[in-house]
Write a protein that binds this ligand. Structure first.
Ligand SMILES: Nc1ncnc2c1ncn2[C@@H]1O[C@H](COP(=O)(O)OP(=O)(O)OP(=O)(O)O)[C@@H](O)[C@H]1O
Ligand SMILES: [Mg+2]
Length: 513
């Protein structure tokens, strides 16, 4: 109406001034105020526009009757949006607001370095003037955080690596791929009490922003996962990422040359992410070597030398300029606080080889021992692989047999799932083979532990074919290693850090790390 009034009453040269006047007049007396959120702000994309679109999409999917649909790259689901001139009512803290999506044709394109879309899109937010101060800031914050949440839910996790061709010097140290690991806490075989403890810990971390603020702590958490190969350390990391919806940064330490590169890598990580250093005892070499002209070194000054990837700026003694204290600063020091809501995870097969500085209390918040398969963990595997539920388990004779031998058999979940996967179409055969395998392992362990008897056992076997004997000896060596591992671990947990140092030096010396 106003437009046609303007056209009929005012000559063309006065129309613009008149329309400005009317607008001002109208706004002055209107009980509402209006906010325009355009898609492109100058030449930059307006983050708020995208956030509003996502936010309204969750709302519009329920109430709107004309919607636009879209699917972002890497996204697993569709998002709904308001189509042109669509409007919607939202409610926030009991206050009503109105949104309108306005799409107009862009006027003649002025010169721009970046071509602009032909359509000019924007949202207009209408709020009652009296409510403006009450909600504006908190409402927009609410929209931004909700939009982030939706984005994370819709989008696949990303797995970043620093050994995928990225470059610290060029400012892009991380390369990413979509992360689609199917491991979840449901599929993870471990003691249910321990599992729910870990899940609770993760949840209270993710929801604990105000707690960390209140206590003056950086919003981060560290986990050390340790245990023999094939017990589910990597699967646990994937389960954690899927549980919290975080991205993963897989940090390959052998690709990092200096402390400052490490810092750059850290600064380029985003919040809501898990930063992982796998097999920390293998990717770095912790030795207490003194630098020339120095009498002694504290553990924190322990030099880290690379085991592999010697493309570094290695010093004359073969050491690079990345130190343990650099690594600890990465997880613990002032630099660890750039960004927030981050989880650090170190994994190792040999906790006894780690420097006590990495283990001391407060450094890694939780030490999680991933152990050989227990009966409780076995139940999860049997359910997932052969579909046995709790009722079937109680009745099954094979399973009853397994319960007797599983603890002493010391088989890893990886070994067990291997047997189950081989026979997954034949439930009976799978169970029979698994029981036999567990009993075999159990008997061998018993004989080995009873010392002299174990030797006799191997000698007796000499009468059989040489292939069998070689296999037996290999298995025996493997078992001896496992027993040694368990003993070291026991010493380690019983006697605290001092004994850990002893073990580190002992194994370091024999294996020449
Ligand atoms: N606790 C577990 N629950 C379910 N599956 C498991 C578990 N542990 C191992 N597996 C199975 O074994 C495979 C190897 O496990 P994973 O890579 O997680 O072990 P790891 O402890 O990280 O071993 P490594 O020390 O060699 O890195 C996985 O793909 C998974 O299928
Ligand atoms: Mg692993």
């Amino acid at each position: 109406f106003c437009q046609s009034l303007l056209h009929s009453v005012f000559p063309p040269e006065l129309r613009f001034a008149a329309s400005k006047f009317f607008n001002k007049f109208f706004l002055w007396f209107s009980p509402y105020c209006y906010y325009d959120i355009t898609e492109i702000d100058g030449v930059n994309t307006n983050e708020l526009y995208n956030a509003v679109q996502l936010y309204l999409s969750t709302y519009a999917s329920v109430t709107g009757n004309r919607l636009s649909l879209s699917k972002a790259l890497n996204a697993t689901s569709l998002t709904f949006g308001l189509s042109s001139s669509g409007s919607i009512i939202d409610n926030f803290n009991g206050i009503t607001v109105w949104w309108e999506h306005i799409v107009t044709q862009r006027q003649s394109q002025s010169f721009s370095w970046r071509p602009l879309p032909e359509e000019k899109r924007g949202f207009t937010l209408k709020i009652k003037k009296k409510d403006k101060s009450l909600i504006l800031d908190s409402y927009l914050d609410h929209i931004l955080s909700k939009a982030n949440e939706i984005r994370r839910k819709n989008q696949d996790r990303l797995l970043y690596t620093n050994s995928g061709g990225g470059s610290v010097d060029r400012g892009h140290p991380w390369e990413s791929v979509a992360f689609k690991h199917p491991s979840t806490f449901e599929t993870l075989a471990m003691d249910p009490v321990k599992k729910s403890e870990i899940m609770d810990d993760l949840l209270s971390f993710a929801e604990g922003e105000s707690f960390y603020q209140q206590t003056g702590r950086a919003w981060k958490r560290g986990y050390l996962l340790y245990g023999p190969p094939g017990t589910g350390k990597s699967s646990m990391i994937a389960a954690m990422a899927n549980f919290l919806g975080y991205d993963i940064y897989d940090l390959e330490l052998t690709e990092v040359n200096t402390n400052s590169d490490l810092r750059t890598l850290l600064m380029k990580t985003t919040s809501k992410s898990i930063i992982v250093i796998e097999d920390i005892d293998c990717s770095i070499n912790l030795t207490n070597r003194s630098k020339p002209g120095r009498k002694s070194q504290t553990p924190l000054e322990t030099e880290i030398t690379k085991v592999a990837g010697s493309n570094s700026s290695a010093g004359p003694d073969g050491g690079s300029s990345m130190t343990l204290s650099g690594l600890l600063n990465f997880t613990d020091g002032l630099w660890s606080c750039c960004g927030s809501e981050r989880i650090f995870i170190f994994t190792t097969n040999h906790i006894e080889k780690l420097d006590p500085a990495l283990l001391r209390s407060g450094r890694m918040d939780m030490h999680i021992h991933m152990s050989f398969c227990s009966f409780e963990a076995l139940k999860v595997l049997l359910k997932n692989y052969v579909g046995l539920d709790e009722k079937d388990l109680l009745k099954n004779e094979f399973v009853k047999g397994m319960e007797q031998v599983i603890d002493d058999a010391e088989m890893t979940p990886a070994d067990i799932s291997e047997i189950l996967i081989k026979n997954r179409r034949k439930k009976e055969k799978a169970l029979k083979e698994l029981l036999e395998s567990l009993e075999r392992q159990h008997n061998k362990k018993k004989k080995l532990i009873s010392g002299g008897e174990a030797v006799g056992f191997v000698k007796e076997e000499k009468s059989s074919s040489t292939e069998d004997v070689v296999e037996e000896e290999e298995e025996k060596r493997e078992l001896e290693k496992q027993v040694e591992y368990c003993e070291e671990l026991e010493n380690c947990t019983k006697e605290g850090h001092e004994s850990e140092v002893e073990v580190t030096q002992k194994t370091g010396a024999t294996e020449g790390i």
